[in-house]
Ligand binder design. Structure first.
Ligand code: OMP
Length: 308
């Protein structure tokens, strides 16, 4: 999958991911009303509205981008109906040729991680048969439990040719509370980054490892250090747009080959029509606004990379 991701980034010239993180507040009224007419103001109605909204965004952007990152929490809040739409969204994006990063941020003791890994990236055995539950191409993993919480994910990735993005330095304001603590004189995120690079050596693609890292766009100086510590690790960089990250901040997340990072924006793209800059599209043309926001993000990042 890492080779497919790189291939798609090179074909689209777009090192970006569209984060499919739907919230009811973002969904245009006409979509909500139609879904509620059919299913009522119910969890099914919400799920239908999310589905139609996602489909509009994917249809308007899939030719521009290599990958999407649905955040499972946004679906889980609607219970089983939400999870059904999560799965429907994954399948639709894969049909459209997109690489799908399931933002599930899992990690537990070994046996529990193994079950998460099977459910999201692998296949579960039922009698003589086996079934893929969610079937994402990549998943995000929380490494707080250490190697035995991460290795079951790597094992399933090896069987299925899938990949991971492991949290190293997160984009949120409090991320330093634990992640920046010094351990033997070095910040914890550096030690985690080194460990991710080491885990990644176990499962290499052609140029980069199948085992990637997450480093927030909001910490560009730390991104620069981590880029050097993990030269063969692909970095998923969330925090662009709504959290304040800009193209110019992100050049050091990339290697000299112009590869090595993929930048996520969720609200900045899927709810673009709510920003003043794209307000002229109007609520009913929300998907066209998302397409324009994706084009602008690609131009911003590529422009910064050309001027580095
Ligand atoms: O793993 C992630 O994707 C992630 C890690 C991180 O450090 N910061 C972060 O914002 N994210 C996710 O990236 C997305 C950011 O959304 P926007 O701020 O709307 O672009 C959300 O789905 C977050 O859960």
């Amino acid at each position: 999958m890492i080779n497919k991701l790189i291939d798609k980034i090179q074909k689209t010239h777009a090192p970006i991911v569209v984060g499919l993180d739907p919230m009811m507040d973002y969904i245009p009224k006409q979509i909500q009303e139609k879904a509620f007419q059919e299913y009522g103001e119910t969890l099914e109605g919400a799920a239908e509205a999310i589905w139609q909204y996602n489909k509009g965004i994917v249809d308007a952007t899939y030719d521009l981008i290599p990958a999407v990152k649905p955040q499972i929490a946004m679906y889980e809040q609607f219970g089983i109906e939400g999870l059904k739409v999560y799965k429907k969204t994954l399948d639709y994006c894969q049909e459209k040729g997109l690489v799908v990063i399931g933002d599930i941020k899992r990690g537990d003791i070994g046996s529990t991680s193994a079950a998460y890994a099977v459910g999201h990236l692998g296949k579960v055995k039922v009698g003589s048969r086996s079934y893929a539950g969610f079937n994402e191409d990549f998943a995000t993993v929380n490494p707080y439990l250490g190697s035995d919480g991460v290795k079951p994910f790597i094992e399933v990735c090896k069987e299925e040719k899938k990949g991971l993005f492991i949290l190293v330095k997160t984009s949120n304001p409090s991320s330093g509370e634990f992640q920046d603590q010094l351990v033997n004189g070095r910040p914890l995120y550096e030690l985690v980054g080194e460990k991710v690079a080491q885990w990644g050596e176990e499962y290499m693609g052609e140029q980069y490892s199948y085992i990637g890292a997450v480093v927030g766009a909001t910490y560009p100086e730390m991104g620069k250090v981590l880029r050097k510590l993990m030269p063969k690790t692909f970095i998923l960089v969330p925090g662009y747009g709504a959290q304040g990250g800009k193209g110019a901040d992100l050049v050091h997340f990339f290697n000299e080959d112009g590869l090595g990072a993929i930048v996520n924006s969720s609200r900045g793209i899927i709810a673009a029509y709510k920003q003043e800059k794209y307000a002229s599209f109007g609520e009913e043309n929300y998907a066209d606004a998302s397409r324009q926001a994706a084009l602008d993000m690609i131009a911003d990042i590529n422009g910064a990379l050309q001027n580095r």
